[in-house]
Design a protein around this ligand. Structure first.
Ligand code: ADP
Length: 497
């Protein structure tokens, strides 16, 4: 596969937007500074983007504040808002191929994955939330005493949103969709590795009729722009997706500043459990997909593959053969399953974990090296004989490294699967409904996939137990992240009728 990386396809798209989008206009950073963004296939610079810091965050927040306080956005009818979301979804569909190409170019993910699955999911999600916009309403409450009591569900205000680099536009959609459907205004900070597609999408939103100041998108680094947003006194709500360590920092910044409520979607170390009665070929394929999808850069990756001792040897042999068959190369090439890791830092980190696996005496079944001599490509890597106390079984590696562990019975695997600080997701492979039901209820995780994995939908909530996060995104559940509840109590004349 090394040769496949040498000749690269020219991305079929131009980079048109590199400035911050504040109050409906593309503008340079207040400091005039820019930072480079890269093609992870080559580590070459593809554009310089405006670098936001505290001053730009102030400007973006005051634009969002004004758009919220003075309108028209929160005061428009929900139906008018939903029409703008629908028009945006149409534009995403129209620009599907350019958005996908830009995503692949800046992130390294397979173009086929972006063009066929990821970008279509974005228009689908905005249509889903357009459907919610005019169905959000409060209750009348039968309280004691002679009062008419009602609740109003109001937008929370200015939402600060900080997103990661692994699914740049999907993360944009999960954050922006529900916030706008509820009538909020937004300042969104993209990850410094992948600033390009959100700027393009935000431009399309303005074409769709979004008023200026409602959606402000800034590029910049975490400790400067991100921290300024998390600690801003005029931001009413913070939504963050990223690592658990950074999640703790932003939660603290939110608490120390104005106590803005925070939702967090953080790391994971999800178990993928293969029971003795499972269809082994299907389990091998899905366990492979659960870990290697998106270069292993998924917070919910099935990164602890627990296999019943009776089927362990057969599973291992097939899992190894599957990983060796995985095609690594230019993500723009048809049929390529795996592109490069996102950047030099992640690339080095994954290789460090591979060394740690070898040093702790896990058995390296295949892979373990980089592919080619440029960019951030890593061989699909499989470890067997992995023990729970090894670093590779405990830490989130965020790369193409599958760890296979043996288990004896259900009690054993339940205890071990739950023995982690994380609780994002789990996969279960069995044909026995009783086993599936037992595992489903015993696992302390936010998503359980039974005989499937990574099934996502705008309507299905996603989020973590334990240190994998706070709150849920998508579905009906993410609406409440973006709403305030106001109780209104009015005395009734006595008698009321
Ligand atoms: P990763 O390690 O996967 O890059 P991070 O959690 O560091 O994940 O990054 C996720 C997002 O959080 C990015 O947009 C990043 O810029 C931002 N971020 C990083 N550090 C901070 C911080 N101290 N305050 C606010 N945001 C931050």
């Amino acid at each position: 596969t090394a040769a496949a990386v040498e000749e690269l396809i020219t991305p079929p798209v131009q980079i048109s937007y590199t400035q911050n989008l504040i109050d409906g206009k593309f503008v340079d950073a207040a400091s005039g500074r820019t930072f480079p963004t890269y093609d992870p296939r080559t580590a070459e610079v593809i554009a310089h983007v405006a670098e936001a810091d505290g001053e730009d965050i102030d400007r973006a927040v005051s634009a969002a504040r004004k758009a919220f306080d003075e309108g028209p956005w929160p005061k428009m009818t929900p139906y008018q808002r939903s029409l703008i979301l629908l028009r945006f979804a149409d534009l995403v569909e129209k620009h599907n191929d350019e958005l996908a190409a830009l995503e692949t170019w800046n992130n390294g993910k397979p173009y086929e994955q972006a063009v066929k699955a990821e970008i279509p999911m974005i228009s689908r999600l905005f249509r889903y939330y357009a459907g919610w916009a005019d169905k959000i309403h409060g209750l009348t409450v039968p309280a004691d005493g002679n009062h008419h009591v009602q609740t109003l569900h109001e937008p929370i205000g200015v939402a600060g949103q900080i997103i990661p680099w692994n699914f740049p536009l999907i993360m944009f959609a999960w954050k922006v969709g529900p916030a706008l459907a509820c009538g909020n205004t937004i300042v969104l900070k993209t990850a410094e590795q992948t600033p390009l597609t959100a700027l393009y999408a935000a431009k399309l939103f303005h074409e769709a009729g979004l008023p200026p100041g409602v959606l402000n998108v800034v590029s910049g680094f975490g400790p400067t722009a991100g921290a300024a947003l998390a600690s801003h006194m005029d931001v009413d709500k913070l939504a963050f997706t990223g690592s658990t360590d950074t999640g703790k920092i932003v939660l603290e910044l939110a608490a120390r500043s104005n106590l803005k409520p925070v939702t967090l979607e953080l790391g994971g170390k999800s178990p993928f459990i293969v029971c003795e009665d499972a269809d082994i070929d299907k389990a091998v394929e899905l366990a492979h997909f659960a870990l290697f999808f998106n270069q292993g850069q998924c917070c919910c990756a099935g990164s602890r593959t627990y296999v019943h001792e009776k089927v362990y040897d057969e599973f291992l042999e097939k899992a190894r053969a599957r990983a060796i068959r995985r095609t690594v190369g230019d993500p723009f090439k048809k049929g390529v399953e795996q592109g490069p890791q996102i950047d030099s830092e992640q690339f080095k980190k994954v290789l460090r974990y591979i060394r740690s696996g070898i040093e702790s005496n896990a058995t390296l079944e295949c892979g373990g090296e980089r592919v080619g001599s440029k960019g951030y490509f890593i061989q699909p890597t499989v470890f067997s004989n992995v023990q729970d106390d090894m670093l590779i079984a405990q830490d989130e590696i965020f790369g193409p490294v599958q760890s296979i562990l043996k288990f004896k019975d259900l009690d054993d695997v339940i205890r071990r699967a739950n023995n982690t600080r994380y609780g994002l997701a789990a996969g279960i492979f069995t044909k026995n409904i009783d086993v599936a039901n037992r595992l489903t209820r015993a696992l302390r995780v936010g998503s359980v996939w039974v005989n499937c994995f990574d099934v996502f939908d705008a309507a299905i909530p996603f989020g973590g137990y334990k240190m994998s996060g706070i709150g849920r995104e998508k579905g009906i559940y993410s609406l409440k992240n973006y709403l305030q509840v106001k109780a209104v109590i009015t005395p009734l004349q006595n008698p009321a009728w």
